[in-house]
Design a protein around this ligand. Structure first.
Ligand code: PLP
Length: 213
């Protein structure tokens, strides 16, 4: 069950500056927790597993104003269903995946909002574009149809301290600016304040809002 009451939620909301959007990452939590948070005015929810999300969406189908964000690793055989079920995809981590999303989006007459996941330092535990790789493919990337490319997403390696995280978030912000992208999806329950200082426009909070998974 949800831990955050309406007062606690308001406190968190009040400490998020204007221009920074809150994504409530509800993976591992039940649909009634989402319903409760939506009652406080939260509309954006993030899920990382397709099957889990589909089941919750059925229970929440009366809440038509909710926006769904896919934040997990996207397997290529799940692309069509994710395009149909989600408004935003935060975790596009390769060119072949992006090309597949473009092709299937055309077939489905959709135009999902896309963040490209970028890895600013080597991290064997995470997927994502390397900076040079993204620059090399850039003309190809922006020519893809039915992709609403809005920004970059990054997750710092677990070993970084708060200062190093902030530097990495700043680097992501600068790179997004360089590419002409407005949004940066960065910051989770343990580092969202550094992410905001670094220039995040979306922070992705799970355990801080919903409690332990
Ligand atoms: C689970 C998850 C989050 C939320 O993590 P917390 O530490 O619980 O805030 C954010 N982003 C992604 C990609 C996640 O998988």
């Amino acid at each position: 069950m949800i831990l955050t009451g309406s007062n606690e939620f308001k406190k968190i909301k009040d400490s998020i500056p204007l221009g920074v959007n809150l994504l409530a990452v509800s993976k591992g939590h039940k649909h009634d927790s989402i319903r409760k948070l939506s009652g406080y005015g939260q509309l954006d929810f993030g899920e990382s597993r397709l099957q889990e999300a589909i089941l919750k969406k059925i229970d929440l189908s009366d809440l038509t104003q909710l926006r769904w964000h896919f934040v997990g690793t996207l397997q290529k055989n799940k692309v069509r269903r994710v395009i149909k079920e989600f408004d935003f995809i935060h975790s596009v981590d390769s060119l072949p995946l992006l090309e597949r999303i473009s092709r299937i989006s055309q077939e489905e007459q959709k135009s999902p909002n896309i963040f490209l996941q970028v890895k600013f330092i080597e991290d064997p535990n995470k997927g994502g574009f390397l900076k040079e790789e993204l620059l090399k493919s850039w003309s190809n990337i922006i020519s893809l149809k039915n992709i609403n490319l809005i920004g970059l997403m990054t997750i710092p390696p677990i070993v970084l301290n708060a200062y190093q995280r902030k530097d990495l978030f700043c680097e992501c912000r600068n790179f997004a600016n360089h590419l002409g992208l407005k949004d940066c999806s960065m910051g989770m329950s343990n580092d969202w304040q550094e992410a905001i200082q670094g220039g995040a426009t979306w922070i992705r909070l799970g355990s801080l809002l919903f409690g332990k998974r």
